[in-house]
Design a protein around this ligand. Structure first.
Ligand code: F6R
Length: 261
């Protein structure tokens, strides 16, 4: 893992967008794995700006979102599909037929999950997977005790996740109790992972995921097994990391980061 510390959430989002931009310019038909949530919104705002102002081209890009709520139709404003349309897809020149999100209204979830895995495979696998982290350590909706070899499947959400996402619903009772999510095993097959975490409420779980033991209790810790995983954090989210000085030194001194300092 490579930990990159930025001064605040805005700088973290800008750097994440710059890394995605670099990957997309290098491979216009990039297969990009996407996430939703508060951490992702400013990253997508930067990508939309790069499209507007610097012709960042999404026309050949294919995307796969990590997850979707069960029982929420795609056109419902609370669905992850609506989130993606609002924050990214409607703001860039992506072909919506190339954007994939699990179907939370599927009649046969087992078939839907197998179909999603097949689609990823047919596209040649995910080149770059963008990830956030939940307060319970989840990536996608891979809640504690998810198998670290799991594949796309339906999953019950934990009380911590329901509480975390309640701010988007009129009341906590309306937060769906289940989701469809890529598995940890699916995520680990991406060629590159980029985890972004900001804010003090993520500090403790980021330290566990990055420096703690690999455990299904914190599914993000499985990213330690990935050969190309970067973790971008702001100062607040980095504040419980033991190796903080070393991580700062890397960003300030390694030639690879010169253009981003
Ligand atoms: C959602 C997803 C989740 C979020 C995580 C953090 O598609 O994959 O794992 O990334 O719950 O959410 P925020 O950024 O809202 O704190």
């Amino acid at each position: 893992m490579e930990v990159i510390i930025q001064k605040d959430a805005e700088a973290a989002a800008k750097l994440a967008a710059a890394l995605i931009e670099r990957a997309l310019r290098a491979k216009p038909s990039l297969v990009l794995g996407l996430a939703t949530g508060a951490t992702m919104a400013p990253i997508y705002a930067h990508l939309a700006r790069l499209h507007r102002e610097q012709n960042l081209d999404f026309s050949l890009c294919r995307t796969f979102n990590l997850d979707e709520y069960v029982g929420i139709p795609p056109d419902d404003p609370h669905s992850f599909r609506s989130f993606m349309d609002r924050h990214l897809f409607d703001l860039v020149n992506i072909d919506k037929r190339n954007t994939h999100i699990p179907d939370g209204m599927a009649t046969d979830f087992r078939e839907e999950c197998l179909h999603y895995e097949r689609l990823i495979e047919e596209c040649g696998g995910i080149d770059l997977q963008l990830l956030g982290i939940g307060v319970d350590g989840h990536i996608g909706f891979n809640e504690p005790l998810s198998s670290l070899l799991s594949r796309t499947r339906e999953k019950a959400l934990t009380p911590a996740t329901i509480a975390q996402n309640a701010k988007y619903f009129p009341s906590p009772a309306q937060v769906p109790r289940r989701g469809i999510t890529m598995g940890v095993g699916t995520i680990l097959e991406s060629r590159e992972c980029l985890l972004v975490a900001t804010g003090i409420e993520k500090a403790e779980i980021v330290a566990k995921a990055v420096e703690g033991p690999i455990t299904s209790m914190v599914t993000a810790s499985a990213l330690q097994l990935h050969p190309r995983c970067r973790v971008i954090v702001d100062e607040a989210a980095a504040s419980r990391l033991q190796g903080i000085e070393y991580y700062r030194w890397i960003f300030e001194n390694e030639p690879e980061w010169t253009e981003f300092r």
